[in-house]
Ligand binder design. Structure first.
Ligand code: HAM
Length: 414
């Protein structure tokens, strides 16, 4: 039997209804702040991610679905949305528009990770990007918007972690300092961390190995080495959050899995999620545009996992699906009349369904009841139809053209 590939899942109607609610919150909250929707292709040139996300990241090193197409091009299923949005910004000359360009997306992404609760190979993200915005207010506003979205969706037990990564030059100096520290403590580090000291020393802070974690407690922290301007920017973001009454944890070891960040970085974690506790995260990426050969453009943004948000939200009420009219057929030749009546009812703004499974009349009435239909029209032999009000139980014979006006009048009365 063929099954959905490992790490993927079907979105069945109940789940789809919850996602529609989530999407409505996204549109309302981000729309009110002037963000507009963008969608980019599901696959891109592999180079976009190796350059954008960064050669040394786990994503690029081992998690990308990469294939060669018939023309010999290397393509990759998008593992994230920020590099594609920047590519689109450059490709469409959006730097000529009034800045910042504020965009959001709700799309599927692909990472070849070991599947577990909250971690999938195909997953969905809501993302927001403010491109051409250098002010600390941008970062604070984005954080507040993500907090508002998580609140609206009902995500429980959230904690905000923030930090600053400064600029690449400071970071290069800091990297050397950290590498020296890691080499001096090699015996205390896990094999994995030790093998990556020179490639990606920052990831040592991410390790779950107890001895490594212990050794990292006294490691030098980037937050203590920021340049004056970067420190001032971070201070301004923090003051804005403080003034807005937002609580957060200053987390100097916060490491994001993508290489493009500068200055502010943050993550929202939820206590409802177990090991994969990050519901959403992001930060500023002032140098990414240049890495993609675009004009130097400061930018900031975040993405939140749809599956994780819904997991951490627990049960959401799914809106009942409502039917105004169920068109049943009493006698075999009634099909065409029923078909017409259902179409006309929909044109008149009613939610109307038609018998499609060849049930007996009794079966049809039972099905209409199951659907919660307010009315059932039972088509007789041509001109006459019996209309039943399912709430009151009352039933009337009338001519078929009278059915829709009668229902519309009825719904106005109730
Ligand atoms: P990210 O932290 O890699 O950031 O992903 C953002 C969110 O996507 C995570 O917090 C998590 O909720 C969800 N997520 C990531 N991987 C998986 C997975 N395998 N299964 C389920 N959910 C997952 C980014 O992708 C950046 N592009 C965010 C950003 C936007 N930074 C600036 N702008």
């Amino acid at each position: 039997m063929i099954q959905a590939p490992r790490g993927t899942s079907d979105v069945l109607p109940d789940e789809a209804a919850r996602r529609e609610l989530l999407e409505a919150h996204v549109k309302r909250i981000l729309g009110a702040a002037g963000y507009e929707r963008i969608e980019t292709p599901v696959f891109e040139d592999t180079e976009l991610f190796s350059r954008g996300v960064g050669e040394a990241t786990d994503i690029v090193q081992k998690e990308m679905y990469t294939f060669t197409d018939a023309g010999g091009r290397s393509l990759t299923l998008r593992p994230e949305g920020t590099a594609p949005v920047c590519r689109a910004y450059i490709e469409h000359g959006m730097h000529k528009l009034a800045q910042p360009v504020k965009l959001w997306y709700l799309s599927s992404f692909f990472r070849a990770e070991a599947p577990q609760r909250g971690r999938y190979r195909e997953f969905w993200q809501v993302g927001a990007e403010a491109i051409g915005a250098s002010e600390p207010e941008t970062d604070a506003e984005l954080i507040a918007l993500l907090a508002e979205l998580l609140g609206a969706v009902g995500v429980r037990g959230t904690r905000l972690h923030i930090s600053s990564l400064g600029n690449p030059e400071t970071r290069a100096e800091y990297r050397e300092e950290l590498k020296a520290y890691l080499h001096a403590h090699e015996v205390e580090l896990s094999e994995e961390v030790r093998s990556r000291i020179d490639l990606n020393p920052l990831r040592a802070f991410d390790s779950t190995d107890p001895r490594t974690r212990e050794a990292m407690k006294d490691a030098p922290k980037l937050l203590d080495c920021l340049s004056g301007e970067d420190a001032a920017h971070f201070e301004a973001v923090r003051t804005l959050l403080d003034d807005a009454g937002m609580t957060y944890e200053l987390d100097p070891t916060l490491v994001r899995g993508l290489d493009y960040y500068t200055r502010t970085v943050y993550e929202f974690k939820s206590s409802e999620l177990g090991a994969q506790s990050t519901v959403g995260g992001g930060g500023r990426y002032d140098r990414l545009m240049e890495r993609l050969e675009g004009p130097p453009t400061p930018a900031s943004g975040w993405a939140a996992g749809v599956e994780r948000m819904l997991l951490a939200a627990g049960e959401l009420p799914t809106p009942p699906s409502l039917t105004d009219l169920y068109v049943a057929v009493a006698k075999p030749g009634g099909g065409p009349t029923a078909f017409q009546l259902a179409r006309e009812a929909r044109r008149a703004g009613l939610r109307a369904q038609l018998e499609l499974a060849g049930r007996s009349l009794k079966g049809q009435l039972k099905h209409a009841d199951r659907l919660g239909a307010r009315y059932v029209a039972i088509i007789g032999d041509g001109a006459s139809t019996s209309l039943k009000n399912m709430e009151s139980g009352e039933q009337r014979e009338l001519s078929t053209p009278e059915v829709i006006p009668t229902i519309l009048r009825g719904s106005r009365l109730s």
